[in-house]
Ligand binder design. Structure first.
Ligand code: PGA
Length: 250
């Protein structure tokens, strides 16, 4: 089907500066397969510029883990899309579950950030996913629908085409409880159905949908075999050179 294949590492709030340099140099040295795959590193923002510079002319590109939706202003502690671009990043994580649930970002915040990213030519990697109790109550699809409708509100199809999605069930993030390939595949199919309702079948079939949540070298193979899983957003296992190389070299 020729969809983009994307392998991404979200370093969250981990690594000192020297550890971050060591990690990226180790990944550059050990990366084997490159054809047809994209590799994105999401380092902490203080290191974004230097990590981006280290990735120039390599298969790796960088993204920011978060940004605010305004270009500038009195928003102490925030970084803007202009700053993200200035640091050499081409992607932005938007709506990660930790942003939603620890920092209380709403679907409206997510929508503003997606629009800001698109306005600045930064590719959004939109994260969505249900809580454990939402899954247990049979609300998974309605949660995904609410998050997708919220994120894409007011966005034209020509812009929506630039967005990639990461399905990250909250109960699987950082817990060691990975979704089974069947559970992940079913959610990815639901996501394509929701995109189809919004933008039509062509976009539903072309949008890259990554899986995230306790991805490890020993569970990736079964997930990667599924028809609708186009790559991975990896947290904990992206912090270690050997383990992340096993994942991205699969
Ligand atoms: P994890 O995190 O791989 O540590 O579960 C995934 C993520 O938060 O993107």
């Amino acid at each position: 089907m020729g969809r983009r294949k994307i392998f991404a590492g979200n370093w969250k709030m981990y690594k000192t500066y020297s550890e971050a340099l060591e990690l990226v140099n180790g990944l550059k040295a050990g990366l084997k397969k490159t054809a047809g795959r994209e590799y994105i590193l999401f380092p902490p923002s203080p290191y974004l510029k230097d990590i981006s510079a280290l990735c120039v002319s390599t298969p790796f590109v960088t993204g920011a883990q978060n940004m605010y939706s305004e270009n500038q202003g009195a928003f102490t502690g925030e970084i803007s899309p202009l700053m993200v671009k200035d640091c050499g990043a081409s992607f932005i994580l938007i709506g990660h579950s930790e942003r939603r649930h620890v920092f209380h970002e709403t679907d409206e915040d997510v929508n503003r950030k997606v629009k800001a990213a698109l306005a600045h030519g930064i590719e959004p990697l939109l994260c969505i996913g249900e809580l454990l109790n939402e899954r247990e109550n049979g609300e998974t699809v309605s949660v995904l629908k609410r998050q997708i409708h919220g994120a894409f509100s007011g966005i034209e199809k020509s812009a929506a085409e630039k967005v990639s999605i990461a399905y990250e069930p909250v109960w699987a993030i950082g817990t060691g409880k990975v979704a089974t390939p069947e559970i992940a595949e079913k959610a990815h199919v639901s996501i394509r159905d929701i995109i189809k309702e919004l933008y039509g079948e062509d976009l539903a079939l072309s949008v890259p949908i990554l899986y995230g949540g306790s991805v490890k070298p020993d569970n990736i193979a079964g997930l990667y075999k599924m028809n609708n899983i186009d790559g991975f957003l990896v947290g904990g296992a992206s912090l270690e050179i050997k383990g992340f190389l096993e994942i991205i070299n699969i």
